[in-house]
Design a protein around this ligand. Structure first.
Ligand code: ARG
Length: 293
């Protein structure tokens, strides 16, 4: 207890960390949820007897697009197709790194046709190097680029053999991670890259340990000792299904604890309302495929 006369100001560590979080401009591919419904159930979030407000889903999706654009990002659009209610989840239909595209192969027959609509979008938009997987591969739903390695989830959707295929097609090192909780059926509802690895420093991620097998949890601790550990409540509102540009993190509004944690680590949270898409098990990241290169 010092008097004000001798008070020593603490080192402003938060301000220093803040200055290090540098956003980079991104390009995203998104699909308006014009035909969005929950008419089948392929994950524990989907209850076809619970009503979905499609107009509200469209309004929430437009607000998400507006958030990205206000942050300086570019949003490309693919036309939605009637009869493919999950096509809004663009992240599941391709993994694009350095201009190379690895498409998708869905586990559920209800979603199978989405993959070819996205494949055609890539071909129509100048992508030369488009490979379609032979194994079940739900793209960025399970494949997360850290700037250095591709973290690859398996357990519910993407086949472990698809991980090796991704390494061959994209030419990047792959690290396999095992998901064990059906509520977190895709990697992108359990883990998010907050800032990508650069030559100067490793990637910074957040994840919910309870979504992973014990071996995967230790592997993640070794790889990312400085990760933000999300709580069950953060995960349960799909708070980890977030999109970061290295500084700004767009996430579900209910994820207030995670948002505060991110702020303490120098990020700027941008809460969005995703009530309707969550009825299908999706959040901001599911709706957002990143076009890298
Ligand atoms: N209803 C969709 C499914 O179960 C939701 C997909 C969400 N997308 C995601 N990237 N997690 O396939």
């Amino acid at each position: 207890p010092a008097s004000t006369a001798t008070l020593v100001l603490p080192v402003p560590t938060a301000a220093v960390a803040h200055a290090e979080r540098v956003p980079t401009t991104r390009r995203y591919l998104m699909c308006e949820p014009r035909h969005f419904t929950v008419e089948y159930s392929i994950n524990p979030w989907m209850d076809p007897t619970r009503p979905v407000d499609t107009a509200l889903a469209v309004a929430q999706w437009n607000a998400l697009v507006a958030t990205y654009e206000s942050l300086g990002h570019r949003v490309e659009r693919i036309d939605p197709v009637d009869g493919l209610p999950d096509m809004v989840f663009a992240a599941n239909s391709g993994t694009v790194i350095g201009g190379r595209v690895l498409g998708a192969r869905f586990r559920a027959p209800q979603r199978a046709a989405e993959a070819d609509h996205y494949r055609r979008w890539f071909l129509d938009h100048g992508y030369r190097d488009v490979v379609m997987p032979t194994r079940v591969n739900e793209a960025e739903g399970d494949l997360t680029w850290t700037g250095e390695v591709l973290l690859a989830g398996t357990g519910f959707r993407t086949d472990p053999a698809a991980h090796a295929e991704a390494q061959e097609a994209l030419g990047v090192p792959v690290v396999s991670l095992s998901l064990v909780d059906p509520a977190y059926y895709h990697l992108d509802v359990a883990l998010v890259v907050l800032s990508e690895a650069t030559r100067a420093r490793p990637a910074h991620i957040a994840y919910y340990p309870g979504a992973f097998s014990p071996g995967t949890r230790s592997a993640l601790r070794r790889l990312y000792p400085d990760a933000v550990l999300a709580t069950e409540a953060d995960a349960a509102c799909l708070g980890l299904n977030a999109v970061s540009d290295g500084r700004n993190v767009v996430l579900a509004a209910e994820a207030t604890h995670l948002a505060a944690e991110l702020e303490a680590h120098g990020y700027t949270p941008h809460p969005v309302d995703i009530s309707e898409l969550r009825k299908s098990g999706g959040g901001p990241k599911c709706c957002t495929m990143e076009l890298r290169g």
